[in-house]
Design a protein around this ligand. Structure first.
Ligand code: KG4
Length: 397
């Protein structure tokens, strides 16, 4: 819920009665929202940018201040001889994200756990009010996604691009011809013996690689060429996987690494590997957007890409996919990391969607069988390749 406020205090006095749990995030998150909100008191984030101070605070319904952060421009305004709206706006923009995050961190609360966001809309300088209001809108933006939308599954078992047309109707645009990205992350991490590093021991292979990559150079060990003859939306990770495993073996030999020790340039290896993976994921995604444009498979406006699967936990990968989405004027939606990997919630929610739509019931439950190699919707992979869509290189960083 977004509350437009001319004075944060007066709005808060009404909050007790008026607020309902926020329903602005994905449906899965909304479910969690209810369980949290029912047990604890209401909490509201306030944002103030009407003049030359960027302020944010979290309060509860008893009047407790749970978090409070402020960035003051007073010294600059004094030096300038007054508040210069365009200047003040630039400074608000530079600080608003951090100020809001500081208030949330102090309150030990996440945006999705808030009951409402209040923001000043009058009186004030319009250029400055706009910064706070835009930020508040961004925070409470509904993550509602209507069919059709594009799906990118990057997991330990799969890599596939599809158009979701309905709860049970998919158009498969591309898939992996061999390994999955998660498997490649796991095998490279295992070959590097990263679990022997104390900071990595309880992480998944992908999480170890992401952690180590933060200190590494993405250009240190260049990616192999894994482009296909066909201009398809398919993927292949075995070439990338064996290229980095070979490089690790060579480094181990060069550095005289024995037993459980880890090569000294493990961070560079992880960063370069991640970069190779995102470059390989980006091209088919670009092609998928172009194919959908060609065939009119996605709406003209408010397009969405849903990225899920364990590899979608990876912030570097997400950032690269986000860059592609920006080029195609598409919003990218990812479940929170703990819901990207296998979990029961996604199955339960799929069941709920089907129950609500009255579809997918088994007449005879005993006749239901699993089908591990069953087709995933209508297979358009060959048609995508036939369309020979060329893609441009884009900056993924
Ligand atoms: O979706 P998921 O549970 O796999 C299937 O069951 O298909 O995801 C597990 C995979 C593992 O391969 C794991 O290494 C990878 O997701 N993963 C990551 C990250 N966290 C988990 N890969 C890259 N970066 C991460 N942060």
């Amino acid at each position: 819920m977004l509350i437009l406020s001319n004075c944060t205090y007066s709005v808060l006095r009404h909050c007790k009665r008026k607020l309902t749990p926020l329903q602005r995030l994905s449906k899965l998150e909304t479910l969690q929202q209810y369980s949290v909100s029912s047990k604890i008191s209401k909490r509201v984030l306030g944002i103030e940018t009407s003049c030359d101070d960027t302020g944010a605070a979290v309060v509860d319904e008893c009047g407790n201040i749970l978090g409070n952060a402020l960035h003051s421009q007073t010294s600059i305004s004094v030096a300038l001889g007054g508040v210069l709206p365009s200047h003040a706006k630039t400074i608000h923009r530079a600080h608003i994200e951090r100020v809001v995050q500081d208030a949330l961190d102090q309150a030990n609360i996440k945006v999705k756990e808030l009951d409402a966001v209040a923001v000043t809309v009058k009186p004030g300088l319009s250029l400055c009010l706009d910064v706070g209001l835009s930020h508040a809108k961004k925070l409470v933006q509904e993550h509602r996604i209507d069919f059709p939308f594009l799906v990118f599954l990057v997991s330990g078992g799969h890599c596939l691009l599809a158009v979701a047309r309905d709860i049970d109707k998919f158009l498969l645009l591309g898939t992996s011809l061999d390994s999955s990205p998660g498997e490649a992350f796991d095998k490279v991490a295992r070959r590097m013996k990263l679990k022997n590093l104390p900071e990595c021991y309880d992480m998944s292979g992908g999480a170890m690689m992401e952690h180590m990559a933060k200190q590494g150079d993405i250009e240190a060990i260049p990616a192999p060429d894994v482009s296909f003859a066909q201009r398809s939306c398919n993927f292949s990770f075995s070439g990338i996987k064996s290229h980095y495993i070979r490089n690790i073996e060579q480094e181990e030999a060069k550095q005289g690494i024995v037993a459980s020790h880890v090569i000294s340039n493990a961070s560079d290896m992880c960063a370069s590997f991640q970069y190779a993976v995102i470059k390989h994921l980006a091209k088919p995604l670009q092609r998928a957007f172009l194919y959908c444009e060609l065939k009119g498979l996605l709406p003209e406006s408010d397009r969405a890409l849903v990225v899920s699967g364990g590899v979608a936990c990876n912030q570097f990968i997400r950032q690269g996919l986000q860059k592609v989405c920006e080029k195609f004027d598409c919003r990218m939606v990812c479940p929170p990391p703990h819901l990207c990997t296998d979990n029961g919630i996604m199955i339960a929610w799929n069941g709920m969607e089907k129950l609500l739509a009255g579809r997918g019931f088994a007449e005879d439950p005993q006749s239901v069988d699993f089908s591990p190699k069953g087709p995933f919707g209508e297979d358009l992979t060959a048609d995508v390749a036939k369309s020979t869509i060329k893609v441009r290189k884009i900056n993924l960083l």
